[in-house]
Design a protein around this ligand. Structure first.
Ligand code: NAD
Length: 251
């Protein structure tokens, strides 16, 4: 229970990897704002998750907001501070894909992915960091992807957004290192969530062959690393991007 009385915001926290991260933080005693965007049953899922957390004895509430919109991101961070009194941990997990080959990619596919994944991370960091600097304490974890490290066919927009997150993480870690704020990124490989459920069986089998540990990851595999990075056990780690990918990328 290393995070008792700490307060976190998890963007896109209603399902998938974000949901597992919310549970991981609650398990360590953290109070969690679960962000959702109001489409595709996310509101219901966020409210259900919050009810389950509260039932289990934890503290959480649902925060509506589109990370790509600077004023909504700012309002979200303020809601967390108003609700729990502070914000210690920001996990930038919200993300989307609009996969297709570059020659077929529309400008709006490019813009949408950059806006949510990269600008959304910037927007939330900008709002949360103001409070973290005043508190002289903060932990930021950005969810990147192995695609930002190694590339992938059909994902120039997604790969660019995730590589951008890795660059943002390094620069922000340097800016905030003197303020007792750690900034790191986690680069998941292929994790079993809604984002990957539409993969055809043949593509899935092909993928698994490229993974040394011979399976797709689970959201909890990612959440465990996030739980470590936001704990004081990781106080001497900043500016890093750590893959959770079954060995796909080896440095
Ligand atoms: N699943 C994978 O294999 C995998 C691999 C590498 C990285 N990732 C990254 O992990 C993160 C979580 O993905 P996931 O696999 O759980 O997928 P997911 O689609 O289940 O979760 C993404 C969440 O982000 C939310 N979201 C989307 N746009 C948003 C916006 N504008 N504002 C706020 N929330 C928004 C969605 O509603 C959803 O809850 C993403 O950043 C994704 O890029 C996933």
């Amino acid at each position: 229970m290393g995070l008792v009385d700490r307060v976190a915001l998890v963007t896109g926290g209603s399902r998938g990897i974000g949901k597992a991260i919310a549970w991981e933080l609650v398990g360590q005693g953290c109070q969690v704002g679960v962000n959702y965007i109001d489409f595709d049953q996310n509101k219901e899922q966020a409210e259900e998750l919050v009810a389950e957390i509260i039932q289990s004895g934890g503290k959480a509430f649902a925060v509506k907001g589109n990370v790509a919109d600077p004023s909504e991101a700012d309002a979200m961070v303020h809601q967390v501070v108003n609700h729990f009194g502070r914000i210690d941990i920001l996990v930038n997990n919200a993300g989307i894909t609009r996969d297709t080959l570059l020659v077929r990619m529309k400008e709006e596919d490019w813009d949408a992915v950059i806006d949510v994944n990269l600008k959304g991370t910037f927007n939330c960091c900008k709002s949360a960091v103001k409070f973290m600097i005043k508190q002289k304490y903060g932990k930021i974890v950005n969810i990147a992807s192995v695609v930002g490290l190694m590339g992938n066919v059909g994902q120039v927009n997604y790969g660019a957004s995730k590589a951008g997150i890795i660059g943002l993480t390094k620069s922000l870690a340097r800016e905030l290192a003197g303020r007792n704020i750690n900034v790191n990124a986690v680069a998941p490989g292929f994790i079993e969530t809604k984002m990957t459920e539409s993969l055809p069986e043949s593509a899935r089998e092909n993928l698994v062959r490229q993974i040394p540990l011979q399976r797709l990851g689970k959201p909890e595999d990612v959440a465990h690393l996030v739980g470590f990075l936001v704990s004081d056990k990781a106080a001497y780690i900043t500016g890093q991007t750590i893959p959770v990918d079954g060995g796909m990328v080896m440095n």
